[in-house]
Design a binder for this molecule. Structure first.
Ligand code: NAD
Length: 331
């Protein structure tokens, strides 16, 4: 299996090296096509997103990616947004799971946010109306809604999860969120084995803060997903532990949620967990469920023990030492 590998900028190369060691320990045969994007690509290619990176992901259909620094003044609002648009990566998958040893408000949280990634208020259609007013247009389509809800249900079936909650504000936005909810209800009928319910976004936020254990997979339009996925990361210890994936019909990219933390670049210091968990999501996507689970169990056991963890988890291990500890747990 050939996979596009983008180590990324800043701390990217350190956490990528750690992740590759852990992936190797699973025994799953993976080959890498290494690509340069971000700051490092500018000198060689004159752009932070060379066409050959996009071509490689399109060809291999799957990529593992470190964080990229969005250089100022290159015309790119964000390289990540550009990649998602170019490859039509319509679903953003953000699991949030309690890990023993990571300080957080609750135990036993096991949530997945599926965020629609291409439309809603993020379509970027906005303008001034005169000098003292501004308008932004919220786009919701049947195609965009159906495919992301179907993805959420397929993910539930594949990972043996029990419930999908559609999140919306259809009581107020009757056309846009009303259409999203209608599509969710229609798609849900094709999956009688998975429980379906819906929640208003405001109520959802309160419920998540009060009793997150009651929820499983949540699917929602772009803006709500952006906010709720960070809320869920906060419930289980913050962005340092948060994996993510951007999934499309033609290609998928697996990456940590955090950025390139340039001040720690090359110091072998930061926590590799978010990228390692993203790699585990990638294995799950490839159908390697056992290997994916082995990684999570080993990572959890290293963190619970607390001896070989990085500074942010209260330890003094280097990135590479934490990776080695995870690898030795897998043997
Ligand atoms: P950041 O996530 O890079 O860093 C913020 C702080 O969080 C860091 O200073 C560090 O203290 C901590 N941190 C982040 N990752 C950590 C880890 N793995 N272990 C321990 N601590 C960690 O956010 P930022 O400073 O706002 O952004 C820096 C650059 O990253 C920007 O250029 C931004 O555009 C880019 N960025 C890229 C992505 C991506 O590629 N997906 C996502 C977010 C930000």
């Amino acid at each position: 299996m050939l996979i596009t590998l983008i180590p990324g900028d800043g701390i990217g190369p350190d956490i990528t090296a750690a992740t590759l060691k852990v992936l190797e320990a699973t025994g799953v045969k993976l080959e890498w096509e290494k690509m340069i994007a971000g700051e490092n690509a500018i000198e060689e290619y004159g752009t932070p997103l060379p066409q050959e990176v996009i071509d490689s992901i399109r060809k291999n259909k799957i990529a593992l990616k470190g964080p990229l620094t969005t250089p100022i003044g290159t015309g790119f609002r964000s390289i990540n947004v550009a990649l998602r648009k170019e490859l039509d990566l319509f679903a953003n998958l953000r699991p949030a799971r309690s890990i023993k040893g990571v300080q957080s408000r609750y135990d036993k949280v096991d949530l997945v946010v599926v965020r629609e990634n291409t439309e809603d208020l993020y379509a970027g259609i906005e303008h001034m109306v005169g000098e003292d007013a501004a308008e932004s247009i919220k786009i919701i389509t049947r195609k965009g809604s159906e495919r992301v809800v179907r993805f959420a249900f397929d993910y539930a079936v594949k990972t043996n999860r029990k419930k999908v909650t559609a999140v919306h504000k259809a009581n107020i936005m009757k056309c846009t969120d009303g259409l999203f909810l209608e599509c969710a209800r229609e798609v849900a009928r094709d999956y009688p084995q998975v429980e379906f319910e819906d929640r208003l976004i405001d109520n959802m936020c309160m419920q998540l803060v009060q009793k997150p254990q009651d929820y499983d997979i949540m699917v929602m339009p772009n803006l709500y997903g952006d906010i709720v996925s960070d809320l869920c990361a906060g419930l289980v210890g913050g962005l340092g532990m948060a994996p993510g994936a951007n999934i499309g019909e033609e290609a998928s990219i697996f990456e940590p949620v955090h950025g390139s933390a340039p001040k720690y670049a090359g110091m072998d210091k930061v926590n590799p967990s978010a990228m390692i968990l993203s790699a585990s999501l990638m294995l799950e996507h490839l159908g390697e469920m056992k290997a994916a689970k082995r990684i999570i169990e080993a990572l959890e056991s290293v963190i619970a023990e607390g001896k070989h963890v990085t500074y942010d988890l209260g330890g003094d291990a280097q990135t590479s030492q934490m990776a080695e500890a995870i690898v030795s747990r897998m043997q």
